[in-house]
Design a protein around this ligand. Sequence first.
Ligand code: DAH
Length: 345
Amino acid sequence: MQKELEQVKIKAEQMIAAARDVSELEKIELEFFGRKEGTLNKILKGLKDLSPAEKKVVGPLANEIKSHLQQLLDERKSVLEDEALDAEIEKEKIDLTLPGKKKALGSLNPSSLVQYELEDIFRSLGFMVLDGPELESDYYNFEALNIPEFHPARDMQDTFYIKTKKGESKQVLRTHTSPVQVRAMQKYGAPLRAIVPGRVFRYEALDVSHDNNFYQLEGVMIEENISITNLIAVMKTLLKGIFKKDVKVRLRPGFFPFVEPGFELDINCLICGGRGCSVCKQSGWVELLPCGMIHPNVLKAGNIDPEKYSGFAFGLGLTRMVMMRYGIDDIRLLNSGDLRFLKQF
Ligand code: DAH
């Protein structure tokens, strides 16, 4: 039995020394000290069959081995625990001398860049910068702008109608920023100078120059004795401010129910230099700035007396202007969210 104990001692010593982690140690502990199945206990069960003289020797030996092994186990355990902790710390170690990770900063969409420049130009001319709802009532989007129901002018601006309950006024995704003209007149009265940059929506077949949501910048100026001369002067200031050079323009009659007379102000296509391309539909000219003298019916809808005041309005195709300014030949890039495109601005 003595021999057996010595063998167990040696085996346990070896196993404890070889254990690689705490859970292995726990298994070893169970194997040798387990109450029922533990090797040591199994051996000690035979103690009762020994002679008193033998017991005197084997008993203390067994106890000695037991406490020796227990001590080895405890020591190894604390070593292994320390090692595990060190490994953990090593893993979490931060090297303060490494260069930091740079947070990627976004950049402004070219439409925003041009919009902000325009806002600056108009603020310097004494214009307010206003906002309006993108989900607009049929009244402000059409009726108040002298476009009654069933008027053929509605066909040019087909849009997305929103289902409303019976009795509720019809809602549309606004087709232009013009509805804010009347909202501004009602809120601020005359005299009035305001611009309204914003998103508009149309039911369009998409191609290089048409998207179903794009940006416009509306403008109104209402005072006593405002005439077409004022209109042209402001438009020229605007174009020069944005393109930083004299751009060739042409003014031709244009029909919009909310202005009389109405004009189309076209600029020489800056994508192709006037030679003709897909953006200017091969004409060399791009419709950029429809405008005109505000129709008396619209002033009336805005509670402004057309006998006393007159004014001009314009609806700048902001998205078009952005394309001209940067030479972008496909409108769809602007809303694409494609970083390869956006990073260039
Ligand atoms: N709202 C018109 C459109 O989107 C553009 C427009 C034309 C606006 C003439 C105006 C204007 O203010 O005077 O087609």
